[in-house]
Design a protein around this ligand. Structure first.
Ligand SMILES: NC(=O)c1ccc[n+]([C@@H]2O[C@H](COP(=O)([O-])OP(=O)(O)OC[C@H]3O[C@@H](n4cnc5c(N)ncnc54)[C@H](O)[C@@H]3O)[C@@H](O)[C@H]2O)c1
Length: 334
């Protein structure tokens, strides 16, 4: 099969390496609005090149991977749906809730398979937690702790179009909390702070945030995010139940130093970025997408999932701005 990739920035160039190595992919064609960047990547990886997204879409591809900056997602997704092209779209589908709802409706009304880039769903640790919760091995789940702490901020130009920390980073936690519990979020309270570079507050964003979620079965969850975790890239989840507790991210790469005297844990090298932390999950999600394109499986992360996670982010942004608890039924939906 021929797969097209639009956007060769941080995540696009990284995805290109996985895509060209997949057994199901015979040819990878890359493009970017910065033509030279796409040409350079194509030369480096020995893959094909299209001079523009329009040329890419007209080039008889079997599936499209959208890894452009967020403002580029909607137009490409609309064109792909119109062309009946199975599409993998990086999160978020769009920068606003209104456009996310419109895209979800468009995709739902079509028969075009779309997979959204929540790679944690393909991570073995989160998968084990979801299976254990579903089998009742934890008893009743009462408390969840989730965090996405980046070691260092992305480039300053990324921030104004990122949608903000809660939509850009915590959205992964909101999605995975839905995934492991099978529950929906009922209400949120969120707040944020800025102690780092001024470009966050200049964009109306925060560099650190915390949210308390109440799920529809009464489970409580805390979610934290920061762009400044000097200790390393730290993504973890703890799910606590009446019978047992399971954690993800508690291996020897854990970016926490124990203050206990004599504690020898953790002993390994810490992750510096999401690419290192989730490499197997990113590889698995793109392999799954190729299988979706080939008609061998259905999307494991739909536009409906993306919309629900985005609605939680949106509720958190409203809560952060207005300083109050926000119920999810206040947030627009399909
Ligand atoms: N799933 C994840 O873990 C994860 C991680 C990082 C980024 N992302 C998402 O991936 C997307 C890209 O993030 P990034 O960090 O790679 O950003 P980036 O700024 O490094 O790269 C974006 C690239 O898209 C190109 N581009 C912009 N508009 C385009 C268009 N209309 N057509 C073609 N190319 C276009 C830019 O020239 C640039 O090369 C964002 O939506 C982000 O939310 C997801």
């Amino acid at each position: 099969m021929r797969i097209g990739l639009a956007g060769v920035g941080r995540i696009g160039a990284f995805h290109a390496e996985t895509l060209r190595g997949l057994d199901l992919v015979d040819e990878l064609v890359v493009t970017d609005v910065v033509t030279d960047a796409a040409r350079a990547l194509a030369d480096r990886l020995g893959v094909s090149f299209a001079a523009s997204p329009t040329e890419l879409l007209a080039s008889d591809i079997d599936g499209l991977v959208v890894a452009t900056a967020t403002p580029g997602h909607a137009a490409l997704l609309r064109q792909a749906v119109a062309a009946g092209l199975p599409t993998f779209c990086e999160k978020p589908l769009a920068a606003t809730l209104a456009e996310t709802i419109e895209l979800a409706k468009l995709v739902d009304a079509s028969s075009v398979p779309v997979q959204v880039g929540f790679q944690r769903r393909f991570d073995s640790g989160y998968g084990r937690v979801a299976a254990a919760v579903a089998r009742g091995e934890l008893g009743f789940v009462h408390t969840i702790r989730a965090n996405t702490h980046d070691q260092a901020p992305p480039h300053a130009t990324y921030i104004p179009t990122s949608g903000g920390l809660l939509r850009d980073c915590s959205v992964h936690d909101f999605d995975i909390i839905r995934f492991v519990t099978g529950r929906e979020v009922a209400s949120v309270y969120a707040t944020g702070a800025n102690k780092g570079a001024p470009f966050f507050s200049e964009a109306g964003d925060v560099d650190t945030a915390a949210a308390v979620l109440t799920l529809d079965d009464g489970t409580l969850a805390t979610v934290t995010a920061t762009r400044y975790n000097g200790a390393g890239h730290d993504v973890r989840l703890e799910v606590m139940g009446s019978e047992a507790t399971l954690g993800v991210g508690f291996d020897n790469s854990l970016a926490v130093t124990s203050a206990e005297p004599g504690a020898g844990y953790p002993t390994g090298a810490r992750h510096r970025s999401f690419m290192e932390r989730f490499l197997p999950a990113y590889q698995a999600e793109l392999k799954a997408f190729a299988e979706v394109v080939g008609g061998h499986r259905v999307s494991a992360c739909t536009v409906g999932d993306a919309l629900e996670a985005f609605r939680v982010s949106e509720a958190c942004e409203v809560s952060r701005r207005e300083g109050r608890v926000v119920r999810l039924d206040e947030i627009d939906t399909l």
